[in-house]
Design a protein around this ligand. Structure first.
Ligand SMILES: C[S@@+](CC[C@H](N)C(=O)[O-])C[C@H]1O[C@@H](n2cnc3c(N)ncnc32)[C@H](O)[C@@H]1O
Length: 203
């Protein structure tokens, strides 16, 4: 098997920065995982097959149904109840329910700062002490001409409309939540068209 096929067979389309967290062992003992805004669950497929207790939430019913179908095919099958249609700012789980909360390409769909704050606060609420919060989101870090746009929805050079953050905004939220950075905040600049930041916190 070629490397590409082998990696895809094992990890599917997993986000490369979440893969990095796996490779660092951050999920070795954190076994209860919630993916908020899970979409079709590309970030859960490996974990499901490895027997992690996986849950997901998305506002798209079609996406949740596809993930439920995939979860039924895992051995042993995972209950469809683990994957629910809902809103990221009103999570239907009790406090400290999960060891890992994933928010991959979701927070930048916030309507405004209040909505962003509610989503972050909810993710943090359901995370257990010692848990890992993994977020990837659009930012203005290193994006020419956007220095003043952090904390607002803007049209990015790639034509997308996103709620964007900066390192300062994320550091403010890190302190407000009482978390600590698991890694330095890291940003990928996609040739000046958009920037995606990885924000990993320990509770
Ligand atoms: C770009 S996709 C990312 C999907 C997945 N996290 C991934 O990395 O492949 C964004 C997903 O977030 C969901 N979403 C956006 N805002 C949401 C919200 N406020 N509550 C729940 N789901 C939301 C969308 O329905 C969509 O499935």
């Amino acid at each position: 098997m070629q490397p590409r096929a082998e990696i895809e067979a094992l990890f599917g389309e997993i986000d490369i920065y979440l893969f990095d967290q796996l490779a660092r062992g951050r999920l070795d003992t954190r076994r209860r995982v919630l993916d908020v805004g899970c979409g079709d669950g590309r970030n859960l497929h490996y974990l499901l097959r490895r027997g992690y207790e996986c849950h997901g939430l998305d506002r798209s019913r079609a996406s949740v149904e596809r993930l439920r179908t995939a979860a039924r095919e895992v051995e042993p099958p995972v209950s469809p109840d683990h994957f629910v249609v809902g809103e990221a700012d009103a999570l239907p789980w009790e406090d400290a329910r999960f060891d890992v909360v994933i928010s991959s390409a979701v927070l930048h769909f916030a309507d405004d700062t209040a909505h962003f704050g509610r989503m972050v606060t909810e993710a943090w609420r359901v995370l257990a002490p010692g848990g890992l919060f993994f977020a990837r989101l659009a930012s203005v870090t290193g994006l020419d001409g956007f220095a003043d746009a952090a904390g607002r929805r803007v049209r990015l050079p790639d034509g997308s409309d996103r709620y964007v953050v900066s390192d300062a905004v994320l550091l403010h939220w890190t302190e407000r939540l009482g978390g600590r950075l698991a890694d330095p905040i890291k940003t990928t600049n996609v040739q000046g068209a958009r920037c995606m930041t990885t924000w990993c916190l320990l509770k």
